[in-house]
Design a protein around this ligand. Structure first.
Ligand code: BT5
Length: 242
């Protein structure tokens, strides 16, 4: 870790990503981490909302990775593999990954990752790595598509202890950003649609086929029914049963 780690803990914020972004613009050091018990305007990708009531772990880390803009998605994949392992270690559950940014438990969404960044040309000035994990919430505090660790195990967890493990493991594997294939291989090994039939809804079309691989920029490669490979870099993925 290049700079001393500072954790800023708030009871309530609109979004830890927004606060972290403002701090980064004011020059806050790398690894400054913003955590909130509750987010009143938690965000997902695009216009998606992120339900962030008490009991979940909602945090954002300020990073200044030395990667070019197109390689920034690697940070999301690195965060996913690190968080997955940390959660498995803390809970004994089998946590899996789904493209592009989901952590899943069984068929339900356990957590998500949202990276927002400021770039100058191809250079990344800073990136805000936002991670949301459902830990201690009950069913009533979660959207229907979601689950929490506590809901599955019946136990309650120490959020700060889980955060510390994730930060620790992330800082010690941060240099893996120079080894994209290592990150991608680990991610792919733990992905639930490897290689299964999927549908990806893109802003203007739908692509259906076999999910074959992730490339080093985080795009999903889908083999369509006419045996061509389609590369998609955004969208929502659904597993098809047929
Ligand atoms: C994500 O978006 O999965 C990224 C979520 C990132 C949240 C963190 S919390 C800390 C930081 N601060 C923020 O404001 N955000 C980050 P996406 O792939 O777009 O998924 C969003 C969708 O997940 C929503 O449209 C819902 O369907 C579903 N969803 C909402 N809240 C959820 C929750 N608590 N658990 C599981 N799924 C949820």
């Amino acid at each position: 870790m290049d700079a001393p780690l500072k954790i800023l803990h708030y009871k309530r914020l609109q979004s830890t990503n927004t606060t972290a972004y403002q701090l980064a613009q004011q020059g806050a050091p790398e690894w400054t981490t913003v955590v909130a018990d509750v987010q009143t305007k938690g965000r997902g990708r695009g216009r998606n909302k992120w339900k962030s009531l008490n009991g979940g772990l909602w945090f954002s880390i300020i990073l200044r990775p030395k990667v070019s803009g197109p390689r920034l998605p690697l940070l999301q994949f690195l965060a996913a593999v690190v968080t997955r392992t940390a959660l498995e270690d803390a809970t004994g559950l089998e946590v899996k990954l789904k493209w592009p940014n989901d952590l899943v438990l069984g068929n339900f969404k356990l957590g998500g990752i949202l990276i927002e960044s400021k770039t100058q040309g191809a250079r990344v000035s800073f990136a805000i790595l936002g991670i949301g994990l459902n830990i201690n919430q009950g069913k009533a505090q979660l959207p229907a598509v979601a689950t929490s660790v506590g809901l599955v195990t019946g136990k309650q967890y120490d959020l700060r202890a889980i955060l510390n493990v994730i930060l620790d493991q992330l800082s010690s594997s941060y240099h893996d950003l120079d080894r994209p294939s290592k990150i991608i291989e680990n991610w792919w090994r733990n992905c639930i649609h490897r290689p299964l039939r999927v549908q990806v809804n893109l802003p203007k079309e739908t692509v259906t086929g076999i999910s074959r691989a992730i490339d080093e920029e985080g795009s999903l490669l889908i083999e369509t029914d006419d045996h061509r490979i389609r590369k998609v870099n955004e969208g929502s993925l659904t597993l098809l049963d047929d």
